[in-house]
Ligand binder design. Sequence first.
Ligand code: ADP
Ligand code: MG
Length: 385
Amino acid sequence: MKIHEYQAKQLLKKFNVPIPQGGVATDPHEAYQIAEALGGMTYVVKAQIHAGGRGKGGGVKVAADLNEVRQLAEAILGMTLVTHQTGPEGRVVKKVLVEQALDIKQELYLGIVIDRAQARPVIMMSAAGGMEIEEVAARTPELIVKEAIDPAVGLMPYQTRNLAFGVGLDGALIRTASNFITNLYQMFMAYDCSLVEINPLVVTNGGQLLALDAKVNFDDNALYRHKDLIELEDPNEIDPLELEAKKHNLNYIRLDGTVGAMVNGAGLAMATMDLIKLAGAEPANFLDVGGGASADMITNGFRIILGDPRVKAILINIFGGILRCDVLAQGVLEAVKQVQVQVPIIIRLEGTRCEIGRDLLKDSGLDFTVASDMLDAAHKVAALA
Ligand code: ADP
Ligand code: MG
């Protein structure tokens, strides 16, 4: 799960990680009032969307006075912000964060992620802050300092000092940075985060260290332990088809291709996606309707696949075990009745009651192509998509 910058900063604050003063607004007048209460000299208005690169995309602007805050909020709220992370369709901005503008001396990078290879959290820091860390890693990997944390031992003071020295901090900033990193790591662990990224982490001319930006992702499998986080989820940021699928307990992930796929079992769904690619096409989605899917779930799954205008052909790949093939066939027929199907459908059915299922589809008078096996199905659907 992802959250907005303003929400991430509230969590940081709880863990005593310093953040700039500010507040979130949904209309220009509210933005004005927040700035007024800050009483600063200059302000920053920041679009709140679940994507980075907002600065370059025109979603982060500096205001010289209160009226400019209002004007910028008016311009940014409602705009479709396109950044390198949003895709070409961009995201509509519904909220802005209004903050005091800081007197920045230096921009650093600080991130914590789970390193799967080492099976432990890794803290990364770099003096090349403000820009994309992927670029720094590709061009100047020597500028990134890393410390892996043994979860049984915890973060050791020497590690925070290594990081601070490693990015060239000195004097009192070593201790300040050590505290900052320690608190951030505590938050990472306490909330079962999968990523915490402060980019930039800034050193002000006054010698302060603050999180100017904050990106926090949580491990979905641990969310049941953090009921307080659930309400932070913003439905505006979730793909509407994925949201719909969640309502029906369907395991659906939207992808970029043109072949819609409905499969039972995650393993078979992965194998099906591989075969679609092997046949030269791209899957439009991952959909595992589950082992014990009902006709209702099939109908909903079908409807969701068809809700994606990019889908040019559909591959239904079912191995009937607990889910019987006749139930699947009924579900598909029911769905076809409810929604206008304008794309060809290829079906591969095997297992329990597959003959009955195939006959149901054949006798329906609808135009299905029945494939002999998985590879055949993949080639047929790729040719059509
Ligand atoms: P993004 O990563 O999405 O582009 P950031 O929050 O990192 O958004 O902001 C982009 C840049 O805008 C920062 O690198 C910084 O230079 C500037 N900036 C953001 N917030 C402030 C602020 N409160 N004061 C001064 N400059 C800021
Ligand atoms: Mg940033």
